[in-house]
Design a binder for this molecule. Sequence first.
Ligand code: ADP
Length: 174
Amino acid sequence: MAFSRVSTPSDNDFSQGSNNVERTLILIKPDAMARGLAGTVLSRFEAKGLKIAGIKMIQLDEALLKAHYSHLADKPFFPTICEFMNRTPVIALCLEGLEAVEVCRSLCGVTNSRKAAPGTIRGDLGMSMQANLVHASDSVETAKAEVARFFSDAELFGYEQPVINFLYASDERQ
Ligand code: ADP
């Protein structure tokens, strides 16, 4: 029996039908990797109800970091971010759900972990502005570009997730 690597979207894969379903890029940063918190960070997104459309471990090289942080290229802390983000491999995730971009940003909390609200990933787990555990795309447009930067089409998966029928109300699944 042959298995196809990329599963076929089904009625339960509501990403195929809903306009508000978004995909966003998450990076589990080197501080989370080094502190043994990768699973904890991932589980916060999973428990919320985000679906994993893509996941991989990657060592960020200079070209990727320059592209990813191009909006910060003129900041004095730019070299230290690149050094920090290159210290260990990171885990890249493409997460999917209704309004996933905003939902993931809220889950992460504000940039400075010391000021991030309790209940957020940064607020619960971090003490640093730079070593703030996680990256999440900041807009729908950015998310599209960042997902495409980190994942090829073949690395993104549509698959059945029956829990969708309990995670969202029926009118939210249309
Ligand atoms: P966010 O990740 O919350 O969207 P930014 O896009 O502004 O924040 O910055 C990207 C990353 O650069 C931050 O997550 C953080 O790791 C780092 N960073 C931002 N501002 C500073 C700063 N003033 N000093 C050191 N590192 C910073």
